[in-house]
Design a protein around this ligand. Structure first.
Ligand code: AKG
Length: 327
C-alpha cells in the first residue's frame, strides 16, 4: 500500500515535510541539555579562574570555548550514540530525556508511519551534530561529518551486510537552526536513489564515502534547506552529502533513523526497539531510563571489542555497482 508521502520519497529519494515540530516544546530542551553538557565540561576542563566567567556565556560562546580546550573526542559528548571503536566503561554519549522524547515524538512517528507502515523500530544509526562556522574549525575537523562537512554517501552503506540487504530504513533529519546553502545544508541529486546500493570506499578517517563521488559534483543538486520545525526524510539509497558551514553562525541538527520492525538494525548490538506497533505488548521500552539501560547493556557488549559496531563497505564483486558504470 502506498500513500503520497511514501510515493514521493521513493520516487525522488528525499522529502521535506514542513512544520512538523515545535521549537520550544520539541527542540529547545535538547539545546538546553547540550548546554548542560558544556557546563559540565567547563567545570572539568576550564582554567579554575575562568570558570565563573565562561559559565555566563551563551551557548555558542561556551561551545567555541570548549572546542579550543583540546578535549579528547569532544563531539562524542554531544553525539547520541556510543563511539564506533574502543568503547570504555566511561565512554560518554548524549542520551538525554529530551532526546528520548524526540525519538518517540508522536508527530515524527506519524510521518514515519506513512513511509514504513505501522510497525516501527528506532534504529541506532543516529547522530547529533553541532557545526561551528568552518573557519573556526581546526583543519583536522573540516571533513569530519559531526563537526564539519559530510562526504557523499548512502545511509544504507553504514549498515552491516545483513542490514544493507534486508533493512527498510528511513532517515529523519531534524534542524535545530534554520539550515541553508550558506550554513551547510545537505545536498542530493533527485531520483539518484533509484540506482540502489552502490560501491563505497573508506574516506577521511574511515568515513564511508561513495566511490567516484567526484562525478556528482557536476550534476544538478537539490539543496535540502529547512526551517526550524521542518524535517527532511531521506531514502536509504539517496546519495547525499553536506556543504561546509560558510556562515558566521552555528548549524545544529539531529539525524534519527527508523526501520520496519522485525528486520535487522544493521548496527547490532546497539539498541533497536519498537516505538510504534498495533500490538501494544511489542512496546517494551517505554521511558527514558529503560532506553538508557539498553545503551549501557550495549556498552558492556562493546567494551571487549575493538569496534563497537562494524559496517563493511558495500563493495560488490564487480565494478557494475560503481557510480561511474551507472551514469
Ligand atoms: O547533517 C549532516 O551534515 C549530514 C547528515 C547525513 O549525512 C545523514 O544524516 O545521513
Amino acid at each position: 500500500m502506498t500513500n503520497s508521502l511514501q510515493k514521493k520519497l521513493y520516487e525522488n529519494g528525499y522529502l521535506i515535510v514542513k512544520n512538523v515540530l515545535n521549537f520550544r516544546r520539541d527542540l529547545k530542551p535538547i539545546l538546553n541539555d547540550m548546554e548542560f553538557v558544556m557546563d559540565c565540561l567547563i567545570q572539568k576542563y576550564a582554567k579554575k579562574r575562568e570558570i565563573k566567567k565562561i559559565l555566563k556565556l551563551d551557548f555558542k560562546k561556551k561551545y567555541s570555548y570548549i572546542s579550543k580546550l583540546n578535549i579528547y573526542d569532544l563531539d562524542q559528548y554531544f553525539n547520541t550514540r556510543l563511539p564506533r571503536d574502543h568503547v570504555k566503561q566511561d565512554s560518554d554519549y548524549f542520551a538525554t530525556q529530551s532526546l528520548w522524547n524526540l525519538i518517540t515524538n508522536k508527530k515524527i512517528l506519524d510521518v514515519v508511519e506513512k513511509i514504513l507502515g505501522k510497525e516501527i523500530m528506532s534504529n541506532p544509526v543516529q547522530n547529533t551534530r553541532i557545526k561551528q562556522p568552518e573557519k573556526k574549525l581546526p583543519k583536522g575537523s573540516i571533513h569530519d561529518g559531526l563537526s564539519g562537512r559530510t562526504p557523499w554517501h548512502q545511509d544504507a552503506a553504514v549498515l552491516n551486510t545483513r542490514g544493507q540487504k534486508l533493512t527498510d530504513m528511513v532517515t529523519v533529519w531534524i534542524p535545530f537552526t534554520k539550515t541553508t546553502k550558506k550554513n551547510g545544508c545537505m545536498i542530493t541529486v533527485k531520483k539518484i536513489n533509484k540506482m540502489g546500493l552502490l560501491n563505497h570506499i573508506s574516506g577521511y578517517r574511515g568515513q564511508v564515502e561513495l566511490k567516484n563521488s567526484e562525478l556528482l559534483d557536476d550534476m544538478k543538486h537539490i539543496y535540502l534547506e529547512a526551517n526550524i520545525g521542518d524535517v527532511i526524510l531521506l531514502h536509504k539509497h539517496s546519495i547525499h552529502c553536506s556543504l561546509p558551514n560558510r556562515s558566521n553562525d552555528f548549524r545544529i541538527s539531529a539525524d534519527l533513523r527508523y526501520n520496519v520492525a522485525g528486520q535487522p538494525s544493521g548496527r547490532e548490538p546497539l539498541p533497536n526497539f519498537y516505538v510504534r506497533s498495533k500490538n501494544k505488548k511489542n512496546i517494551k521500552i517505554k521511558n527514558f531510563k529503560q532506553w538508557l539501560a539498553l545503551w549501557e547493556k550495549a556498552k558492556e557488549k562493546c567494551i571487549p571489542r575493538k569496534y563497537a559496531f562494524k559496517y563493511p563497505l558495500p563493495t560488490f564483486k564487480t565494478n557494475g555497482r560503481d557510480l561511474s558504470k551507472l551514469i
